[in-house]
Ligand binder design. Structure first.
Ligand code: ASP
Ligand code: ASP
Length: 344
């Protein structure tokens, strides 16, 4: 067993850091409804440009006009893992477009009694859901749901696999932060930009989605973390990716530093020396000021202050963390309109 397959098995039956056969099959989901967003691999650069353009149009639209776009449409939010930002922003995005939403979570539904993902999906469809936003601990769950229901499915995080809407909101945040055009992209939109992604890369669907998307737009991605959280074969995620184990050296190159939470829930059986981790990988105010005084700091949340990031950095002038949350709402509106085939 390689490190990758071992740690995948340790987690939740997901795939390892690289896309394996399962992920490839998911990517080929030919039966999936148009408008689904299962993985960033499905998105062409033109698709990404289209989503950004729609995001900008929706942002500029008067609220009353926006609220007519999905009137009478029903969107289900199906959450098998906890979430604050993703769930709330999808829900508020749907409501701001006039849609009716229903939230089904594992804590308050028959999921708790063991109802399968398939049966839950078919039930939601029978009740009139026209699209489903899904978060699930297993990699490939979004693709499965899309296949069995035939509905557009938006993957809001599946195991260690993908979190495509997060990568899109991170992209828009980066473009805005760097003063670039956030309404479109091409293969050179991020030329000359280095994004350091730091921490628990192995278990992070956010890291994987970003590492697969940003280099296609011209960015250099430098992955940084201890070997247990960042195996060498991460380089296989695609072109434009480098590994730098030394945080200070990674930070020195970075226009953007994306810090990640240690995913304790996916780290079963792994003994981590937290003090050592903090010493080597925490983004402290001192480190940031000394090494990257101009870099934008991103974090997908939830933030563990004092662990991967110091509180002062999260609250400081270089932090784009709240901007990311706001962009989550903006980008997810465009994704919902796209899912339901509504031209905005
Ligand atoms: N997991 C984070 C939160 O719950 C962000 C997300 O939902 O993706 O806030
Ligand atoms: N919110 C992100 C996710 O759901 C990252 C995290 O949970 O740490 O993948």
């Amino acid at each position: 067993m390689t490190d990758l397959t071992k740690s995948a098995a340790m987690g939740e039956g997901g795939v390892g850091l690289l896309s394996g056969a399962e992920s490839h099959a998911a990517a080929l989901c030919s039966a999936c409804a148009k408008g689904s967003l299962l993985t960033v691999e499905h998105l062409s650069i033109a698709d990404v440009a289209g989503i950004l353009a729609t995001t900008t149009r929706l942002e500029r639209m008067a609220a009353v006009e926006r609220a007519r776009l999905l009137t009478g449409r029903t969107i289900a939010l199906l959450f098998y893992e906890s979430s604050t930002r993703t769930r709330t922003s999808f829900e508020l995005a749907a409501k701001s477009l006039g849609a009716t939403t229903t939230l089904v979570s594992d804590k308050s539904s028959s999921i708790e009694k063991g109802e399968s993902l398939k049966d839950t999906g078919l039930t939601l469809r029978a009740l009139g859901a026209e699209a489903i936003v899904l978060r699930h601990p297993s990699s490939g769950a979004a693709s499965l749901l899309a296949r069995v229901t035939g509905l557009p499915v938006l993957n809001a995080g599946d195991g260690m696999h993908q979190h495509p809407s997060q990568a899109l909101l991170d992209l828009r945040t980066i473009l805005l932060r760097l003063g670039r055009d956030a309404s479109t992209v091409d293969a050179h939109a991020l030329d000359g930009v280095t994004v350091a992604i730091v921490g628990d890369i192995l278990h992070s669907r956010v890291a994987r989605s970003n590492a697969m998307l940003l280099p296609r737009l011209g960015a250099r991605v430098v992955l940084c973390g201890p070997v247990e959280m960042l195996p060498e074969d991460a380089l296989g995620l695609g072109a434009g990716i480098a590994i730098e184990r030394d945080f200070d050296r990674a930070l020195a190159q970075a226009d953007v530093a994306m810090m990640l939470r240690i995913q304790k829930e996916r780290l079963a059986g792994f003994d981590l020396d937290l003090a050592e981790y903090v010493a080597r990988y925490q983004l402290s105010a001192q480190r940031l000021a000394a090494i990257a005084p101009h870099a934008a700091v991103l974090h997908p949340g939830p933030i563990i202050r004092g662990l991967e990031i110091a509180g002062e950095v999260a609250d400081g002038a270089q932090s784009a963390i709240e901007q990311q949350v706001a962009q989550g709402l903006a980008v997810r509106r465009a994704l919902l309109a796209r899912a339901l085939g509504v031209q905005a």
